[in-house]
Design a protein around this ligand. Structure first.
Ligand code: PLP
Length: 384
């Protein structure tokens, strides 16, 4: 294994891991649910963690200009975006960043627009901040999902205060185009909506696809938006607990200055320095991880076509999550429960990502081909 060849270790080694993915279910279950990859982490991140532990360098987080500088360097190289490093703040994780933004800039009962099917924690964050969720579902056209701009405008016109954008989108792997982002920004500007853009999956964009950070989509976007992100999803270090929130406008920075300063101290020291390391020296690793993910997507699609051709897979442009329409498999009211009980494979139930998605499941293919094949074989065997 090396940064040039990012792969997953054996199932035996994976089962020794301590994370939720490997502990939530019984030992015979193959976990293909939570958004953790099984790949080995980047060498330089591993070395950094070992060195900090060896030096007993495990105290509280102090000033970390390294993080903003590293993110700005990555954003310039990958997305040609000039980040104002003075407008980068730390948070424990992306969830904490979202909740604190809602609490600080919003008032209980404020409406937040989301686009189901979407990452289930979005709903929890909105509830935790005592805000109200407003659904503007993505519209499906066969294997792709589109934003309904008219419905978005209607929700903004009806009084929404926030738009929690998932860009790139979990679970469908959609990347919003520059035109779509500009249309969103125009609407947000006209209706006084604050766009909170969760861009945690962005570094996992496939070769040939173009990702534009919301804040780099023009003046209206810069004025209306806040990006929440981390290296933790893309470099597979979710347990290290560090994230950032970024703005690109003085008035927005002024609003964000009211965030609890304690957010900084509640962030992990190792997490912050691992993030600086990822954004600075993690490019070889991330390119290799994306190559593996793209190859896995092709492999998974081919396996599904051969063994479970009734499944319709959405076409992702990013990341390692597949959104499967399993309605034609006739797995009952709760296909994820049936798959868990009968195939001993854990997938995420569609209903966790939005009401009305009961016949969908989310399948994580950020693992070895052996695990992908074993999971698909086990699910296919349910039919027999
Ligand atoms: C879109 C999205 N945002 C945020 C997270 C979680 O981020 P954090 O652990 O930093 O809260 C995930 C995890 O899967 C995700 O898919």
């Amino acid at each position: 294994m090396s940064d040039n060849n990012v792969v997953a270790p054996s199932l035996g080694a994976l089962r020794r891991r301590h994370s939720s993915k490997w502990r939530r279910f019984e030992a015979d279950v193959l976990p293909m649910h939570v958004a953790e990859m099984d790949f080995q982490i980047a060498d330089s991140i591993r070395n950094l963690i070992v060195e900090m532990a060896q030096e007993s360098d495990l105290g509280y987080l102090g000033p970390v200009p390294e993080v903003a500088a590293a993110f700005a360097g990555f954003a310039k190289k990958r997305w040609n975006w000039n980040v104002d490093t003075a407008q980068v703040k730390m948070a424990t994780d992306v969830g904490v960043a979202a909740v604190e933004i809602f609490r600080t800039l919003g008032r209980p009962g404020d409406q937040v627009v989301v686009n189901p099917p979407v990452y289930g924690s979005f709903y929890n964050w909105i509830k935790e901040a005592k805000l109200e969720q407003v659904d503007v579902p993505l519209v499906r056209t066969d294997q792709t999902w589109q934003l309904d701009l008219n419905a978005l405008e209607a929700a903004f016109a009806a009084g929404a205060k926030f738009y929690l954008l998932c860009h790139p989108h979990n679970p469908v792997g959609k990347i919003y185009s520059l035109e779509e982002l500009q249309a969103i920004a125009e609407l947000a500007h006209n209706y006084g909506v604050t766009v909170v853009s969760d861009e945690i999956h962005a570094p996992l964009t496939y070769a040939g696809e173009t990702f534009v950070p919301y804040l780099n989509a023009g003046e209206a976007a810069a004025k209306t938006g806040i990006i929440i992100t981390s290296s933790s999803k893309a470099w597979n270090t979710a347990g290290l607990k560090a994230a950032i929130l970024v703005s690109a406008d003085e008035a927005m920075a002024q609003r964000l200055s009211k965030l609890q300063p304690d957010m900084h101290w509640r962030t992990s020291l190792i997490g912050a320095f691992a993030m600086a390391e990822a954004f600075t020296n993690g490019l070889t690793w991330i390119d290799s991880a994306v190559r593996t993910i793209e190859a896995n997507l092709a492999f998974m699609s081919q396996q599904v076509a051969a063994k479970l051709p009734q499944i319709i897979i959405s076409s992702p442009q990013n990341s390692y999550l597949a959104w499967w329409d399993v309605s034609a498999l006739n797995l009952g009211d709760d296909p994820a429960a049936t798959i868990l009980a009968k195939a001993r494979v854990a997938v995420v139930a569609g209903t966790d990502l939005g009401a009305g998605y009961g016949q969908f499941v989310r399948f994580n293919f950020g693992t070895s081909r052996a695990n992908i094949e074993a999971a698909i074989d086990a699910i296919a065997a349910i039919q027999k």
